[in-house]
Design a protein around this ligand. Structure first.
Ligand code: BQF
Length: 292
């Protein structure tokens, strides 16, 4: 069994990005600048957004964090987005999800300039991705492709089961892996909460992407020998033995599944760090796109 080490791989990618930034600096080109908007103070969201800002510093990007109160109106948020769309120094920006209930997420994502949409959530980028046109790929699926590529995991002709149909992970992952691309050409099944006899699908799968958001859902009895398992889950489970008071659990029961797997991602240190690295990669690309 080989662990797909997302922490190490993301560090490698960040080193590559840092070199690209140094080269840009030497040539007098613009330094990439990422902005992030966070609304409210959800603990997990604040952790995610601060690790994005910290990673910007690590690779030599400029970054701006816009911290808005929980009771921010949709109109106020749309104003902030308009200001970032117009700001010539900002190459790309993200709006940290989820948003408070008074704000329509879809309306917000559609307000982001597609050229600065480094999360790849705008319908223009989703459409381009679906049609195999150049676009910003959503960071989590993009990170999974990169991890599979760097570990030489064959996907062509393989049977893949993606569990979960979210717009951020499951749906784009299923599209990307079915496409004719370097890491792709798979036969993809997308399973979800209405799927009957899920285990009948997962037991036949060569590759499983678990992105349903239920801690330790996928167990050893549901997979075949030699399977590749990608765990996208990151549920906070109360744990009094930890200083934080919780532990991070994936959607995969690592203990039982790893005994049968050829390749498996851990949680933490698997898909999560790759997500951050690919956001940086998209931001570098957004900046490069504006050189021309
Ligand atoms: C790790 C996210 C659900 C909803 C909104 C490293 C991250 C997570 C785990 C991280 C995620 C999940 C992010 C680890 C960003 C991934 O070591 O295992 C990094 O920061 N993520 C997000 O921004 O919004 C989310 C999950």
């Amino acid at each position: 069994m080989i662990i797909l080490d997302g922490k190490k791989t993301s560090d490698d990618i960040k080193d590559e990005i840092a070199i690209a930034v140094q080269n840009r600096r030497a040539k007098g080109l613009k330094i990439p600048h990422l902005a992030a908007i966070i609304v409210g103070n959800d603990g997990a969201s604040m952790t995610y957004v601060s690790s994005k800002v910290k990673s910007c510093q690590k690779v030599g990007f400029n970054s701006t964090l816009i911290d808005l109160p929980e009771d921010t109106s949709e109109e106020q948020l749309l104003h902030e987005i308009e200001a970032l769309n117009k700001d010539k120094d900002i190459d790309g920006f993200i709006v940290q999800l989820p948003l408070p209930g008074q704000i329509d997420e879809q309306k917000v994502l559609m307000a982001v300039d597609p050229d600065k949409d480094v999360d790849g959530f705008h319908p223009v980028n989703v459409g381009k991705m679906t049609l195999d046109l150049p676009s910003f790929l959503p960071a989590t699926p993009f990170g999974i492709l990169e991890l599979l590529e760097r570990y030489d995991v064959e996907t062509s002709g393989k049977d893949v089961v993606v569990i979960g149909r979210s717009h951020i992970v499951g749906r784009p992952m299923s599209i990307l892996l079915s496409q004719k691309r370097k890491v792709g050409n798979a036969t993809v099944t997308i399973a979800h909460s209405r799927t009957k006899n899920l285990a009948e699908f997962t037991k036949k799968a060569d590759i499983i992407v678990a992105a349903l958001g239920i801690a330790e859902f996928l167990t050893g009895d549901m997979v075949k020998e030699g399977v590749t398992v990608i765990d996208v889950g990151i549920t906070r489970v109360p744990d009094s033995s930890k200083k934080r008071g919780y532990r991070l659990a994936g959607d995969v029961d690592f203990e039982s599944v790893s005994k049968k797997a050829a390749y498996i991602t851990p949680v933490p240190g698997g898909v999560g760090p790759m997500t951050i690295a690919m956001l940086l990669k998209n931001t570098l690309k957004a900046c490069e796109n504006r050189d021309k």
